[in-house]
Design a protein around this ligand. Structure first.
Ligand code: NAI
Length: 716
């Protein structure tokens, strides 16, 4: 079977149907390039007999985009050949675009990245009006740029300003939004309607040229040298840098390609784009991001850490105990995906209050036009607020999110378990108590598991699944199915205090706080966090979590460690936390005072007294940004290796994805383990030794790291 079907009708309309053999979706790989080459040659031979061309797809989607497997392998040595290959492919698209006959994209399904770039190279784009279709150029989210002409055609179509967010944030649009944005031309109600509209366009436009190929073409919204645009472009790179903190080369190169390209003719612009594209493709950040956000995430989503041999389960009724902040969020996320929910609290009033959280979130979506009133009513109708355990009868799964108290959790476990269906699962959303310990209250510890959600539940994509000592593989597999059913990302970890995410997160905040104790300026600490790529600074996030909670977790961990015969090694951050809470009454954001001041009106700002209390001008002056950034990224990566070494983490995929989606570990790194791999494992261990000498044993490379460092062997 050919990758592109060539059907020239008696009406002289040529239909090119992309249908790549042996693939569920069309991608821009070698087979496609060859087929396109052949097709374009044939078109040129047949041109006299062709009135117009319709490009469509035989797959469910229109075209999936570049072949990431191929891109991921390109190295610096291949750069020149890669550029040649890209320019060759673009020349074929350009040949169709300039053939003089109308070329219409009949977009029957999702068209992203390279797929949407094919559509952009056509003279007219018609899309099936189906809300499951997505259109856009999301390359930037993988550290890449649209290298198939996207950075050149989109600004020429809708102007630089309108194109920037689509190119630099990788926004995906539904058909109606795409029409509004001016990146497609028409919607069609059915495939037949789409083809009829394509034919009508061809009939009405026997000769076709892109606007940018016409004499006197002016860039919509103004060319870069236009005074109004020049003013905006003068500050645009600074604004971008403020967002990327210099960690992400892709949006910077996209802006450069678009703006530089807009100052020359299309073909030269296209060459500029290819150069930047090649630079990104061979660069480390794209490798990190593609590796983790594409390959590793796909592995996880395909069930990579789900035990095999257990039939996939579809959950129908889920009980949620505790309608507080977490319970309310879990109920929302579950009902939103079509599952019946019983939301139980100690009083009907509290349960209703938890349900109103969903009502507010849904109402917001209705007001933004993302949901209809009926859909809202339907979702809300799935949540039954209750104060009675009897309502839990027939649940496939019960998740408890009551106060963090072992005795209370034991009580609600005993109360709810008998109501579960035969073989039902009981899950705890505890953030700190070991699952094995909580499972002691269960009559069926093999059906007991941890489902650790993150706050706010409706926004946070990750769920950390915690496997207790007695949790069965079957329970794990089914819990995995539930997490996927509600559209979240499951990572699987073994039981240990703090599990994986909380443990690593603790090292981040403690490192930042100990810097303050050393006399480093709090602004430098916060900036180092942000410049390392963390979404928030360590002091800021400490306030969010609250320092009293940190004290509480510490005293519990200390008690447990001593009970097990161990000795607690105090962290330098502890003294600062105790001073903040005990001496200054500054517990964190919820209490209205922490490392930051929280004025009733206006933005929070660092508590000025921190400077008097802690900053040592000599230390502050000596502090090097690189050292502070390294400390922040290294301490978390080292703790992650410890989790792998201790078997808390089961896979590198879970480590990378869990660190980014759970803790916000700098996404440019591709995750806490990929940070080590890309740094060079041996070099990382050496740097860890330097940090140990300068800052203490907590940076000491664990045995597993040394083992890898000896052979300079990446973690896979
Ligand atoms: P919360 O204090 O907002 O809510 C707890 C709810 O449980 C309250 O509404 C309370 O009335 C209810 N409750 C108490 N006894 C009950 C009973 N016998 N039956 C039914 N409901 C009862 O607490 P939050 O923050 O929602 O935390 C809940 C659990 O989730 C805790 O174990 C916490 O450690 C864990 N967690 C919290 C996270 C957070 O960011 N707050 C993150 C991940 C886990």
């Amino acid at each position: 079977m050919r990758a592109i079907r060539y059907e020239l009708g008696s009406d002289q309309i040529l239909t090119l149907t992309i249908d790549m053999p042996g693939q569920s979706a069309n991608t821009m790989n070698m087979a496609f390039r060859e087929a396109l080459n052949e097709t374009v040659n044939k078109v040129q031979g047949d041109l006299e007999n062709i009135r117009g061309i319709i490009i469509t797809s035989a797959k469910k989607t229109f075209f999936a985009g570049g072949d990431l497997k191929e891109l991921h392998k390109v190295t610096r040595d291949d750069a020149e050949a890669f550029e040649g290959m890209v320019n060759g492919l673009k020349a074929q698209m350009r040949a169709l675009e300039t053939c003089g006959k109308p070329v219409v994209a009949a977009i029957n399904g999702t068209a992203l990245g390279g797929g949407f770039e094919i559509a952009l190279a056509c003279h007219h784009r018609i899309v099936l009006d189906n809300n499951s279709i997505q259109l856009g150029l999301p390359e930037v989210t993988l550290g890449l740029l649209p290298g198939g002409g996207g950075t050149q055609r989109l600004p020429r179509m809708i102007g630089l300003e309108a194109a920037f967010p689509l190119l630099m944030e990788g926004k995906k649009l539904r058909p109606s939004a795409a029409l509004k944005a001016g990146i497609i031309d028409e919607l069609a109600v059915s495939p037949e309607d789409m083809i009829a509209k394509a034919r009508a366009f061809i009939d009405a436009n026997p000769k076709c040229q892109q606007p940018w190929d016409k004499k006197g073409f002016k860039l919509p919204g103004g060319a870069p040298h236009h005074p109004a645009m020049a003013q905006k472009l003068a500050i645009a790179p600074a604004m971008l840098k403020q967002k990327t903190k210099g960690c992400y080369p892709a949006p910077e190169r996209i802006m450069a390609a678009a703006v530089e390209g807009a100052q020359v003719g299309f073909d030269n612009g296209s060459l500029i784009e290819t150069r930047y594209f090649a630079e990104l493709v061979i660069g480390q950040v794209a490798k990190n991001m593609t590796g983790t956000f594409w390959f590793q995430l796909n592995d996880i989503n395909a069930g990579g850490s789900r035990p095999e041999g257990v039939e996939k389960e579809s959950f129908k009724k889920v009980g949620v105990l505790g309608a507080g902040m977490m319970g309310a969020g879990i109920a929302y996320s579950t009902a939103n995906r079509g599952i019946e929910v019983v939301l139980k609290d100690i009083s009907l009033e509290s349960a209703e209050k938890g349900k109103s959280y969903s009502e507010n979130l849904l109402a917001k979506q209705v007001s933004r036009g993302r949901m209809t009133e009926e859909e809202k009513v339907q979702i809300l109708g799935r949540i039954k607020a209750s104060d009675s355990a009897a309502d839990l009868e027939g649940c496939d799964l019960v998740i408890e999110a009551v106060f963090e108290d072992s005795e209370l959790k034991a009580k609600v476990t005993a109360e709810a378990e008998p109501k579960l269906v035969n073989n039902g699962i009981f899950a705890s959303n505890t953030s700190t108590i070991p699952i094995t310990q909580l499972a002691e209250a269960s009559a069926k510890p093999e059906n007991f598991i941890g489902l650790h959600f993150f706050s706010p539940v409706d926004k946070m994509m990750l769920v950390e699944i915690i496997v207790g000592e007695k949790t069965s593989d079957e329970t794990l597999a089914r819990a995995f199915d539930y997490v996927q059913q509600i559209g979240k990302i499951p990572v699987v970890v073994n039981d240990s205090r703090g599990f994986f995410t909380s443990r690593v997160f603790g090292t981040f905040v403690n490192e930042g706080i100990s810097m303050l104790g050393e006399g480093i300026h709090p602004s430098s600490i916060e900036n180092a966090g942000l410049l390392a790529g963390m979404p928030v600074g360590p002091l800021s996030i400490s306030d969010e979590v609250s320092m009293t909670l940190m004290q509480h977790i510490r005293s519990q961990s200390k008690k447990d460690m001593e009970a097990a015969g161990g000795t607690w090694k105090p962290h330098p951050a502890e003294a600062i936390i105790d001073q903040m809470v005990n001496d200054h009454g500054r517990k964190g954001k919820a209490a209205g005072a922490g490392f930051y001041e929280y004025p009733a009106k206006g933005k929070k700002y660092l508590w000025p007294e921190l400077e008097t209390l802690y900053v040592d001008s000599e230390e502050a002056r000596k502090a090097k940004l690189r050292e502070l950034k390294d400390r922040i990224l290294f301490i978390q990566a080292i703790e992650t290796v410890r989790c792998l070494e201790e078997g808390v983490l089961r896979t590198v995929e879970d480590a990378n994805i869990g660190s980014i989606f759970g803790i916000g570990y700098a996404p440019w790194t591709g995750g806490a383990i990929q940070f080590i791999n890309q740094y060079g494992v041996r070099a990382f261990a050496e740097r860890a030794r330097e940090l140990t000498a300068a800052h203490g044993e907590r940076f000491a490379p664990p045995a597993l790291l040394l083992e890898h460092a000896e052979q300079d062997k990446p973690f896979i």
